[in-house]
Design a protein around this ligand. Structure first.
Ligand code: PEP
Ligand code: MG
Length: 757
């Protein structure tokens, strides 16, 4: 079999392809020649090219082997048949028995029923599927890895031809959306809070590779080497110049890891190998990038996805250096108020933009521990993630409103919406200014009750907010977050340093450390277990800690050491029964004893708490309360289990209200029981950070609220405007009402009584 094995074969094939591309004739004639060539070279009876038309339709554009009449007649929807399957998933398919594949669909006009084997690869450009290239054989054939590589390389070259506008005009390929200029509202998850307003800049849409086949592969290798060296130097400059360089926090680790990835031998070698096979350096980077994207689409593991997204960032950066405009996104003429849209964004890519102009970032992918989110938190830029369809809907220069409180992106909003958004931004800014000015004013109700307001934190970058917001302490420190952004399990010494830093930064204010709440969807990359069918109710949090006591003991040891001579507050998450509290307490006692025997200085005091997230605990309060010092209501989990309503499911987001009689009834009852037992109670779920909800909680009897730092000022202002003498009887009188929600009643109360919600 004569096929493209090794560089020599590949280079020869690419040379012929280049000659075809440069040669005369119409684009159709060139396509026809290419399919002939590939069929011959790969010893396939069929080679066909399908090109994507507007409306997600794949049209057979050229074929060697199928019936000629089918050309320009056979059309498949994305997802239809094997060809549509390749396009839908943007992934190659190799099958020796194609007809038994579930996606197989046979088109009589092509005469393809006689072909047993099928290999199809997507024709990709800049993450978009432009078409599908296919070879087929009559007999059962196992296409090798090398053959797949060769076909993918040819697809790179084809992408150049297809995207050049000669085969189909822009109009013919554009998505047929007549609504393109209408306002659009898209939902997303909030990766960093805040409001932003500006004009859309589409990240890296502009890279167009003009040449895919190298004239002289050896000098391409040299070009690549130079560009890599340039990229390394410019990354060092970038990190040095960014104002983050001196600050402490996880973002430094993130940037250091990223820098290390830029040296990744495997990645650089893969690109170099691809150049040696005959592609230009740019095309080689893009080909490796296509592979990375395909892996990213499959990867469920958040850590792996994050690594792959760093590689995507690096590939874009390397492309820029190769094309001679390396380094900075600031070089282009960009608006003064940028709302940056990207599929994914690496931490360094974010730093390429002038942070004083960045109003918000919106990603089609991304997770709360995405590296870009961590760096954005340090820069205080709102970020939305998993905003599906953002890139499809948005055009560069569109007006965009980013609501990083509710997780919404609004494109091309109407004048009225823009105005009211601008007003709420101003109100936010005014409120923050007022609140900043009122930081010294304690959160005391009008009738003199002190409410304790604390922040929820998870990274070192969150800690400066403690001082800035004037909060009383950290009501919930989620220890799993620093575990999730690391690449390996932090040992006791590392954890001790980490918790010690947090306590140092708290400067004597209380910090409640919640032990690891991992498992389920909060997976640690370096610690894999079988996937749970129902992660929220799966093997997570204290359940893992008790089944793997070494992990919990190490964490408790680190906490005891970090708090040496200071106060230590520890809390266990997802407790379902009192026996678990006893078992966890035993581990804590063992660790205290161990440290005592070693002659180490112990914490000055110890407070033990439990998160109330599982409803079963509500019926064990008599046994539970005497065993603990404090109870923290995790309303996010408690109410999802109380209402059997997934907290992450947008369809259920408004189905049940946290301001319902059931929810407030539970909180009221809890407050009474905790007060009677002398156990302090706090609420640290999301609801504590919304002024109206916080008012209701105070009305139920809650005196400690812990929330995202941004919410503290508004909640403080609310507290200072409320009168418990009237609020408490009002709220507690509502809990037996048969209403779906008490929201309107509570809002009415606030308006009538001048409560600042
Ligand atoms: C909660 O469940 O309300 C809570 C604060 O915990 P997390 O959101 O981290 O699950
Ligand atoms: Mg929880």
């Amino acid at each position: 079999m004569q096929q493209a094995t090794g560089w020599a074969g590949s280079r020869r094939l690419l040379r012929i392809l280049r000659d075809i591309m440069k040669g005369g004739g119409t684009p159709q004639q060139r396509l026809d020649r290419i399919v002939q060539l590939i069929a011959q070279d790969m010893v396939a009876e069929v080679c066909s090219v399908y090109v994507m038309r507007a409306g997600e339709v794949l049209e057979l554009f050229a074929t060697k082997g199928l019936k000629p009449d089918a050309v320009h007649h056979t059309r498949l929807r994305v997802g239809e048949g094997l060809v549509g399957h390749v396009a839908l998933n943007a992934r190659a398919v190799r099958l020796s028995d194609a007809q038994s594949h579930r996606a197989f669909a046979y088109r009589p006009e092509t005469g393809e029923e006689i072909y047993q084997s099928f290999m199809g690869v997507p024709v990709l450009r800049d993450g978009r599927v432009l078409g599908v290239l296919v070879v087929q054989n009559v007999t059962r054939r196992h296409y090798t890895e090398e053959e797949l590589e060769a076909l993918e390389t040819v697809a790179m070259v084809l992408a150049e031809l297809v995207s050049g506008g000669e085969i189909l005009t822009d109009e013919e390929t554009r998505h047929a959306d007549t609504t393109a200029l209408l306002p659009v509202r898209l939902s997303a998850i909030v990766l960093n809070e805040g409001l932003g307003m500006g004009r859309v800049v589409l990240h890296h849409r502009g890279i167009v590779i003009r040449q895919t086949v190298a004239e002289d592969p050896d000098s391409e290798v040299e070009r690549l080497r130079r560009a890599v060296a340039e990229m390394h130097a410019s990354l060092d400059d970038l990190f040095q110049a960014s104002r983050l360089a001196e600050d402490d926090g996880e973002h430094r680790e993130v940037l250091a890891t990223y820098r290390m990835f830029a040296e990744d031998r495997g990645w650089l070698n893969r690109i170099a190998e691809t150049v040696r096979s005959g592609l230009t350096a740019e095309a080689a980077v893009q080909k490796v990038q296509n592979d990375t994207r395909a892996r990213m689409a499959q990867a469920k593991d958040p850590y792996l996805r994050e690594r792959l997204s760093d590689l995507e960032d690096l590939a874009n950066r390397l492309l820029q250096h190769l094309m001679g405009f390396g380094g900075s996104a600031g070089a282009e003429a960009l608006p003064e108020d940028i709302v940056l849209l990207a599929r994914t964004l690496g931490p360094a890519e974010l730093l390429d933009y002038d942070s004083s102009k960045l109003r918000a970032v919106v990603l089609e992918e991304g997770s709360p521990t995405a590296h870009v989110a961590i760096v954005a938190r340090a820069l205080d830029i709102p970020v939305l993630g998993r905003c599906r369809g953002a890139l499809l809907e948005a055009r560069g220069g569109d007006d965009a409103l980013v609501d990083g409180d509710t997780g919404q992106l609004l494109l091309r909003p109407g004048e009225g919406v823009r105005e009211s958004f601008a007003e709420s931004m101003e109100a936010h800014a005014r409120r923050s200014a007022d609140c900043a000015a009122s930081i010294g004013q304690p959160p005391i109700t009008r009738d003199g009750t002190r409410i304790s307001l604390c922040i929820n934190a998870g990274l070192q970058v969150d800690m400066p907010h403690l001082e800035r917001s004037g909060a009383d302490g950290v009501g919930l420190y989620r220890t799993e977050v620093p575990f999730m952004v690391r690449k390996e399990f932090p040992d006791v010494a590392t954890q001790t340093r980490l918790y010690g830093n947090i306590l140092d930064q708290a400067q004597g204010r209380p910090v409640v450390f919640r032990t690891l709440d991992v498992g389920g969807d909060k997976a640690l990359p370096y610690w894999r277990e079988a996937e749970d069918e129902n992660p929220a109710m799966g093997w997570r949090a204290v359940r893992i800690g008790l089944d793997r006591p070494a992990v919990l003991r190490q964490q408790l040891r680190a906490l005891i050491r970090a708090a040496s001579g200071r106060e230590l507050r520890v809390m266990f998450p997802m407790v379902s029964e009192v026996a678990e509290v006893d078992a966890a307490r035993d581990l804590l006692d063992m660790e205290l004893e161990r440290e005592r025997r070693r002659g180490c200085k112990l914490p000055q005091s110890l407070a033990l708490g439990v998160m109330l997230e599982v409803p079963a605990l509500l019926w064990q309060l008599s046994a539970l309360l005497p065993r603990i010092d404090f109870l923290a209501v995790g309303s996010n989990d408690l109410f999802q289990f109380l209402f059997a309503s997934d907290r992450g499911n947008p369809r259920l987001a408004r189905r049940y209200d946290t301001l319902s009689p059931a929810a407030l009834g539970v909180i009221t009852g809890l407050c009474e029981r905790a007060r009677a037992a002398g156990v302090s109670l706090s609420v640290c779920g999301e609801m504590a950070g919304h002024p109206l909800e916080a008012m209701a909680l105070i009305g139920c009897g809650v005196r400690t609220l812990s929330m995202t730092p941004r919410s503290v000022p508004a909640v403080r202002t609310m507290v200072r405007s409320v009168d418990l003498d009237t609020l408490e009887p009002f709220v507690q009188g509502l809990v037996d009402e048969p209403a779906h929600t008490l929201r309107h009643r509570l809002r009415g109360y606030a308006l009538d009584h001048g409560v600042a919600i």
